[in-house]
Design a protein around this ligand. Structure first.
Ligand code: ADP
Ligand code: ADP
Length: 230
């Protein structure tokens, strides 16, 4: 079965903004998908719907085999444990070092200490930060901070990675490094969904591209490009 299914999903916020209008889409296990579109086109709302952070006004959403409409409150943390998330603004714990930021994700799911001591350095090695375990976030560049966030998102082996503008605060070189890591993660089997404004990267990477415009899914292409001006 697909890892994400949206069937005729609409979302209106309180003040009447229709952020997402009658969206249907399927994402299969192992896909790498970009979601592009102007600011306000509903991209973040799609991500929030998949995490059950907001509820659809109508339609059905299935993530990792679960019907989110039938998922009880208490089951939501379990759903999210299988989903890694990264954001434009990194969202690291400011007073914890790199190791602790990543270890935190494992403590939350009550991994044994022995496993944590193996998994955290291994994950930080994959993102190229083995020499920064004791650094605080403020001592790192933006690209390094995003790599910590990525390590934290991936250390629990999620089936799905959702990235909301992961390169929005990065220069081109660091943006490409993060995208290369996302591609590697995808090659290792994780389904990857990336919201981005980065036209150059989208056009170069030749992945599936879903384009949103004013809440409507206007295009969904395998090996697509970036359609709209910002
Ligand atoms: P994007 O991620 O593409 O910029 P969003 O999903 O954030 O788009 O927003 C889509 C629309 O929904 C916008 O018009 C935005 O102002 C509106 N919106 C987003 N979040 C809320 C909210 N919590 N309350 C009311 N309106 C919102
Ligand atoms: P994994 O999650 O990698 O399968 P295991 O659950 O098999 O890890 O545990 C790995 C090892 O850690 C086992 O030898 C286990 O006894 C030990 N262990 C379990 N809980 C803890 C803990 N709280 N602190 C330290 N070691 C623990």
């Amino acid at each position: 079965p697909p890892i994400i299914v949206l069937e005729n999903v609409s979302k209106s916020y309180q003040k009447g903004t229709e952020a997402v209008k009658n969206i249907s889409l399927k994402i299969r296990k192992g896909e790498f998908v970009f979601i592009v579109g102007n600011s306000g086109s509903g991209k973040s709302t799609l991500i929030k719907l998949m995490l059950k952070e907001v509820e659809p006004s109508s339609g059905k959403i299935y993530v990792n085999g679960k019907d989110l409409g039938r998922l009880r409150r208490g089951q939501v943390p379990k759903l999210r444990r299988n989903i890694g998330v990264v954001f434009q603004d990194f969202r690291l714990l400011k007073d914890r070092n790199v190791y602790e930021n990543v270890a935190f994700a494992q403590r939350v799911i009550e991994k044994p200490l022995k496993s944590i001591r193996e998994n955290v350095p291994a994950m930080l090695s994959i993102v190229g930060l083995s020499d920064k375990l004791n650094s605080l976030p403020r001592e790192l560049s933006g690209g390094e901070q995003q790599r910590v966030a990525l390590a934290r998102a991936l250390v629990n082996n999620p089936v799905l990675l959702l990235a909301d503008e992961p390169t929005g605060n990065l220069d081109p070189k660091n943006s490409w490094e993060i995208m290369a890591l996302l591609e590697e993660v995808n090659k290792r089997g994780t389904t990857v969904l990336v919201v981005t404004h980065n036209r150059e990267i989208v056009d170069a990477m030749q992945k599936r591209v879903i384009t949103m415009n004013k809440g409507i899914l206007v295009s969904d292409e395998q090996k697509g490009g970036y359609l709209y001006e910002n």
